[in-house]
Design a protein around this ligand. Sequence first.
Ligand code: LLP
Length: 413
Amino acid sequence: MYSYSQDSLFCEAVALDSIAKTIGTPCYVYSGQSILDAYRAYDEAFGDMPHTVCYAVKANSSLGVLALLAKAGAGFDIVSGGELFRVLQAGGDPKRIVFSGVGKTAEEVERALSAGIHSFNCESEDELTLIDGVAGKMGLTARFALRVNPDVNASTHPYISTGLRDHKFGIDIVEAEAVYERSRRFANLTAESVSCHIGSQILKIGPILEAAEKVLALIDRLRARGFQIGTIDLGGGLGIAYKPRERAPDIRVFIEKIRARLQSSGLAVMLEPGRSIVGPAGVLLTRVLYRKRSPKKEFVVVDAAMNDLIRPSLYQSHHDIIPLHRNGRGKITADVVGPVCETGDFLARDREIADVKAGDLLAVCAAGAYGFVQSSNYNSRLRAAEVLVEGDRWRVIRRRESMEDLVRGEVLN
Ligand code: LLP
């Protein structure tokens, strides 16, 4: 959805510099078409097999993005009361919400039950006890899956790998059967599903399929014990291409494999993709403030920083950085850094980029997932604006913060 026309970078049919000049930088821009194409790739590849694609809200929770997906019929995977609130505000269908996460509070569970969400993915017996209690008080029955930890290595960055035995997530798959057995004592819970999620930014689908095999074997054993498990939830995790020669798994090919394996199982499939739906759809626009040289290095100082996009600092992740106007001046090798007072504040290191000068505009690519959502006010910087592009139209879906926003809620005396 991003391409150059006459040396200017476009998102769909909108020239990105027109957005930057109208609302300023830094700002996030998302292609509506790209988001919908990715969601539909998941949805359509299932064909007539029963399925729910629950978009993982944590990847990008702006109302404009959620509303787009809600309208397309998506379900939602939430991990907090805040995400529940957002999905409902955006018009999402509560009956298509699954509530994941390792630390749900009683208040969050109560809100979710009164909203009428589909089910909970539970990660401990304590959590089952809590949900049973809350449901009981409300006179309801809650559907649940245990999120099992299949002990499969997702081969991704250690901070976003979740499926190994020493991770805090899920219930060890070896113990899961006994936990389902013990869950029979909870009068207000129904075991409906088994879920797993082994990590994020997974570039080879083998480990996800391996985890699926282990979960299927568990479902067989549970069915033999009389549990009516009707759904398998395989989590999210499909990676995207951040680097020029990186190859992301094809969504349709991935789903085709799952469909072929599960067609005869009689199970409905649930998925929780986040990054692969919104990641490639977004860019972060930033303006060059200064060029400077140290004896050893060239620096390009831009107006976006680690508070706007923390992924490079936190996970050493690569985001391509390309100019909004190709100027034909050749390339330089530089660190692209922000104004935050930390050496760890960089968007790229030792990177070959266009030979830019102060005032030039740049796009930080593939920033639609875990970009704005992880931004902060560190250094009392105002959080960026967000824009949604649809065809030749664009609109602000989040205004840039103001100084008043910055101190909202603070008490002086
Ligand atoms: N389901 C569960 C239970 C999850 O924990 C996650 C992501 C997802 C689904 C969605 O995974 P995805 O399809 O987006 O890979 N901040 C990190 C990523 C953290 C992912 C956390 N969990 C980053 O910037 O790379």
